[in-house]
Design a protein around this ligand. Structure first.
Ligand code: ADP
Ligand code: ZN
Ligand code: ZN
Length: 787
């Protein structure tokens, strides 16, 4: 019987955003299954494109696509997988995501797979006798036999990358003992005699580097040329090193608060979502670890999502210390190859616990018992490029699919989640004390910068400088946060006030002293710092603002002996740089850790007893309804870095807005009061979580064009949506031009709007029209940023 496969092709256009039917050649018909990748002829020319099988059916009558008839169907030309790379669960998830993520199905599929599977790769066939053969070297008939073997349980097939940079190999020297026995080096060649002896005495292969160290490279080569040894290249896992230098640890006995929360979670029926609201250092992570241990006991797997890599390294270590090689790490700092290795360990069932950032939520785990989202309020869980998904939605969806327990943890939950807990959709669990009874929450002081400006410095108040000196004498450590969002250093002419701006974007360029350049943080444009003002030719170029580099310089002047480690995008761009800086700070190599937002989270250093916030305000002044929430979260998080062990912790917050509720309430560390206050604003102004928002950003090279088209879009929305939806704009974006494009935005707000999905799909459709090709339209459901 002829079978038919429905395939989503890798051509991201709306017309192709639906399955196309293809005939399955009879030799594949037993093996094909949904989730496999195929090559199919597509379009008039019949060029081969990659696609994903979404369904296999027995007759065209079952097909979604009635437009085709059987004798017009083309055949699948190649089956790329022996095992589905996407599970039934993932296929169903993609269907679901498509309702809220306005990008094409194929982009959603691709987001679920490691990049390598979207590029070149090969398969390695391992026979029962252990012999390995590259798939691409087999002819079609041989491949078919291999597939049959595989499906009947004989032999294994694993995927390997085609290109070399994606694989890590190590060279070994394998002694040919028989040849070595009879080999007689001349008496004068001591090294050869010795090397022969060593080889004869070992009974296994030696790492190549070791052999070279013992004998020298020419001698190793000579031995190889004479058949005395064989040099062998073996593929190795890239991630094992990370595991080997972490010492293991055991479960701590939980305190009463932790025990209560733990019991609630453990005893609950499956399929329940918890909001674990626990002050910083209250032992949330310890609860996660023990809940996962319980899941493991009953044979279930777990996913733990964490926001960022600076955090991942510390938190990942705690999971590895507890669960060893059962853990797989999936985060954005891995190379493509590493990511692929880890994905395979998950897919094969070898790894039982996935710890990772946003996209780790797609990890191909089966039988999930628990999904944990740590720092659930964090903005990085929303993907800011296509497909624009919110990982939390997927956490909840997969939780339901697996009847798993879901734990959303935070010291400062998002208003959305806290409101859901209020309505009983999530069960609220609170931890109000630090886990270590000797570690009290830090004492927080607010410094009004309007009255407290030091004559020495524009950035440091007397109080903060004094406090820093006091801690230095006691050999305690200090964390200094520069709240950099919407703020950075720039150059300005002291005579005419001219500011150097990016030629592509409507923003001032940021000063980078290490490279002596002015950089654009939007488009990456760089230029040298001008010697004379481009406007009036004056030589009085002034450096303004307080980038981390400038603060570091200033501190070095004010306190000449102090040792500072700086952590920001400039010092952490290289792989492993985060870890290095944190390790050095942890080992007491510096007194002060100075950094941007990235130091606020997760760090756990017992000797830190002072946190200084240099400028609390910058994030308050952004034109974004979440600016208060962000500021409160940031200040609470960073305050939580102080006094985590026995020593008393202090926090000094410098601000020009000391009366602002976000600052006042973060001083009291009173999340509940902040929640109540902020909810009132949100209700009054019709913002989330009371109303949903969709942000539409329209961009074009010509300002006139972008205005015209965004009005067309607004009219289209007006016409199609019901009166229940409010449409705001079009308005120029706060940063009106970047990457040589002008940006206008339209915001749609609604509580219930049954016409939304259709309308937005129509809009997506409209963007595909030939006359709109040079227009860029972003549809962002529940956007995290408006700037
Ligand atoms: P959170 O995740 O809420 O910030 P952590 O789990 O990191 O808190 O705990 C903070 C500190 O307290 C860590 O150093 C941790 O090892 C320790 N800790 C957590 N639970 C306990 C416990 N029950 N007994 C002793 N120490 C604990
Ligand atoms: Zn000038
Ligand atoms: Zn730019």
């Amino acid at each position: 019987m002829t079978r038919i496969a429905e395939v989503i092709v890798d051509v991201p256009l709306l017309q192709t955003d639906k399955p196309f039917s293809y005939l399955v050649p009879s030799e594949f018909s037993d093996m094909i299954s949904p989730g496999m990748r195929v090559h199919v002829p597509f379009g008039r020319g019949g060029r081969l494109v990659q696609g994903i099988v979404t369904r296999v059916i027995n007759s065209l009558a079952e097909a979604d696509d009635y437009s085709q008839n059987l004798n017009e169907l083309k055949e699948i030309s190649e089956l790329l997988d022996v095992e589905a790379v996407l599970s039934e669960e993932q296929l169903a998830l993609a269907d679901e995501m498509r309702h809220k993520v306005f990008s094409y199905k194929i982009s959603i599929f691709k987001a679920m797979l490691p990049n390598l599977l979207n590029s070149k790769y090969d398969k390695l066939l391992t026979k029962e006798n252990g012999e390995s053969i590259r798939w691409s070297t087999l002819n079609t008939k041989e491949q078919l036999i291999a597939m049959k073997d595989f499906h009947s349980g004989n032999g294994a097939i694993t995927y390997v990358a085609e290109s070399k940079e994606h694989r890590k190999t190590e060279k070994f020297v394998v002694p040919n003992w028989e040849a070595l026995e009879v080999y007689e080096p001349t008496k004068s060649s001591k090294k050869r005699i010795e090397f022969r002896k060593i080889l004869l005495e070992t009974d296994k292969k030696l790492p190549f580097a070791e052999a070279v160290a013992m004998a020298s490279r020419p001698i190793v080569n000579l031995f190889a040329e004479n058949g005395l040894i064989k040099i062998e290249e073996v593929e190795v896992s890239r991630t094992t090193n990370f595991f080997s230098d972490i010492s293991s640890d055991r479960a701590k006995s939980l305190n009463n608060e932790q025990q209560e929360a733990f019991n609630q979670i453990l005893r609950a029926d499956s399929e329940k979502t918890f909001l674990l609201e626990g002050v910083t250092g209250s032992g949330k992570t310890e609860i996660y670890l023990q809940i996962i241990a319980e899941a493991l006991k009953i044979g279930k797997t777990s996913i733990v999502l964490v926001p960022e890599i600076s955090l991942t390294s510390q938190i990942a270590k705690r999971f590895i210390a507890r669960f060893g090689e059962k853990v797989a790490l999936l985060h954005s700092r891995l190379s493509e190859g590493e990511r692929y290795d880890e994905w395979r360990r998950v897919k094969s069932g070898e790894a039982k616990i996935v710890v990772g950032t946003r996209s780790a939520i797609f990890a191909p785990l089966q039988n999930i018992g628990v999904i944990i989202m740590d720092e659930e309020h964090d903005g990085s869980y929303k993907q800011e490029s296509n497909p624009r998904y919110q990982a939390k939605d997927i956490v909840l969806w997969r939780g339901k699919f697996h009847h798993a327990k879901v734990i959303l943890g935070s010291a400062t939950p998002s208003l959305e989640s806290r409101a859901r807990a209020e309505r009983g959709i999530y069960q609220l669990l609170k931890l109000e004390h630090r886990a270590n009874p000797k570690a009290q929450l830090a004492e927080i002081k607010i410094i009004d910068m309007r009255q407290n400006l030091s004559d020495q410095s524009a950035n440091f108040s007397h109080a903060l400088l004094e406090k820093i000196s006091e801690k230095l004498i006691k050999h305690e450590q200090i964390v200094l946060l520069l709240n950099r969002r919407g703020y950075s250093s720039f150059v300005m002419c002291r005579d005419c006030g001219f500011v150097v701006k990016c030629p592509n974007c409507d923003v001032a360029l940021t000063l980078h002293m290490d490279t002596r350049t002015l950089n654009c943080h939007y488009c990456g444009h760089r230029e040298v710092i001008p010697q004379v003002c481009p406007n009036c030719q004056s030589r009085k170029i002034g450096y303004y603002g307080s980038g981390t580099q400038k603060i570091e310089e200033e501190l070095n002047n004010l306190l000449p002996d102090v040792k500072i480690l700086r952590m920001d995008v400039d010092t952490t761009s290289r792989k492993g740089a985060h870890e290095k800086i944190l390790k050095a700070f942890g080992n007491g190599k510096a007194d002060i850790l100075l950094g941007t937002q990235m130091i606020a989270k997760g760090l756990d250093f017992p000797n830190v007893t002072l946190v200084g916030v240099i400028n609390a305000d910058t994030s308050l002044n952004l034109p974004d309804f979440r600016s208060s929430e962000r500021t409160f979260q940031l200040l609470t998080q960073v305050a939580g870095r102080s006094g985590r062990a026995e020593k008393h912790g202090e926090v000094l917050i410098q601000t020009f807005n000391p009366e602002h509720y976000a600052i006042q309430l973060s001083q009291r560390q009173d999340y509940e009061a902040f929640y109540a206050t902020e909810m009132n604003f949100r209700r009054a102004l019709a913002y989330p979580p009371y109303w949903y928002t969709v942000l539409i950003v329209v961009s074009h090279k010509e300002e006139e064009e972008v205005v015209k088209r965004s009005y067309e879009i607004a009219t289209m929305l007006q016409r199609n949506l019901t009166e229940k939806a409010k449409i705001l704009g079009p308005l120029a974006q706060p940063v009106a031009r970047t990457h040589q494009l002008y940006h206008y935005q339209i915001i749609v707000r609604f509580r219930f709007e049954e016409r939304l999905e259709d309308t937005l799909n129509q809009l997506l459709d409209w963007t595909q029209l030939a006359e709109n090709r040079d227009l860029r339209v972003i549809i962002d459901f529940d956007p995290m940023n408006f700037v």
